[in-house]
Design a protein around this ligand. Structure first.
Ligand SMILES: [Zn+2]
Ligand SMILES: [Zn+2]
Length: 265
């Protein structure tokens, strides 16, 4: 009887210790390691936009933007300009549509931007040295709030392996991409040649589609774009380029020239 009682006590202690051990293992599993293993954060549309913008603004040395559709919004262009002026090396990989002259020109105007074209690109990924967003959102959509997007925010130190894999994959995409050289010469050259031949009618750009049209600040649209504009007749509707120099800048029917050209004309 006494033996049995001791045996029972002994079993009880062993079971108790085992229980405690299990509890601490479970606690460790659920609290500690999970936080260490993954800190990836789920993002909806607004969170995705917010973090892409932060990634651009907080980049110190490098910035990689992977987005099939490359269309620069005014805000995005300004953010990239600030980053390039801080000395950030910017690499942009895109894959759909040819860049419009104004977009490649405005990118060429930025210091240290490398542009790569990869035809079958479908991934969207944005990162600097510390943070990354992998998402469904294209670059040009980051200021839009109506689309339903999803994304994941990854931290370079807390999600080291995950972050590194995406960096490597981006590197691999760049290796098989076409290096698009950014030069701003074409348009400048054209303008200089216009200026030297003063008897030729001055040419301008359609402020919406960038087609070359006669220079006339009161008619800054090509016929096709004018037809569409005239359905709404909004003189403040924001367009893409300056009617005179064709540079990427906000322009409207009311103010079709950039401030530089406005001063000159
Ligand atoms: Zn047009
Ligand atoms: Zn201009």
């Amino acid at each position: 009887m006494a033996y049995e009682s001791t045996d029972f006590k002994c079993h009880y202690i062993i079971f108790n210790d085992f229980l405690r051990l299990m509890i601490s293992v479970i606690a460790l599993q659920y609290h500690y390691p999970l936080k260490l293993i993954s800190m990836a954060e789920f993002l909806t549309t607004s969170g995705t936009s917010h973090h892409i913008e932060n990634i651009i603004m907080e980049a110190k040395q490098k910035l990689l933007l992977v987005s099939p559709y490359l269309k620069l919004s005014k805000t995005l262009h300004e953010r990239l300009k600030d980053a390039s002026e801080r000395g950030v090396q910017i690499k942009i990989i895109y894959g759909k549509d040819e860049l419009k002259p104004n977009e490649s020109n405005s990118l060429a105007g930025l210091k240290s931007v490398e542009l790569y074209y990869f035809e079958n690109l479908h991934a969207k990924c944005y990162f600097n040295e510390t943070r990354m967003v992998i998402t469904s959102m294209n670059m040009y959509e980051f200021s839009e709030k109506t689309n339903r997007e999803m994304g994941v925010l990854i931290d370079a130190t807390q999600d080291k392996a995950l972050f590194q894999k995406a960096v490597e994959e981006t590197g691999s995409i760049i290796k098989s991409s076409e290096d698009i050289s950014l030069r701003k010469t074409e348009r400048r050259y054209y303008q200089e040649s216009i200026n030297t031949q003063r008897n030729m009618p001055k040419m301008g750009y359609c402020i919406r589609c960038e087609t070359r049209i006669n220079f006339n600040p009161s008619k800054p649209y090509c016929n096709d774009c004018y037809m569409i504009w005239s359905q709404f007749e909004n003189p403040f509707y924001e367009e893409n380029v300056c009617h005179s120099c064709g540079e990427f800048d906000m322009s409207t029917m009311e103010k079709p020239l950039c401030s530089d050209c406005h001063r000159k004309n």
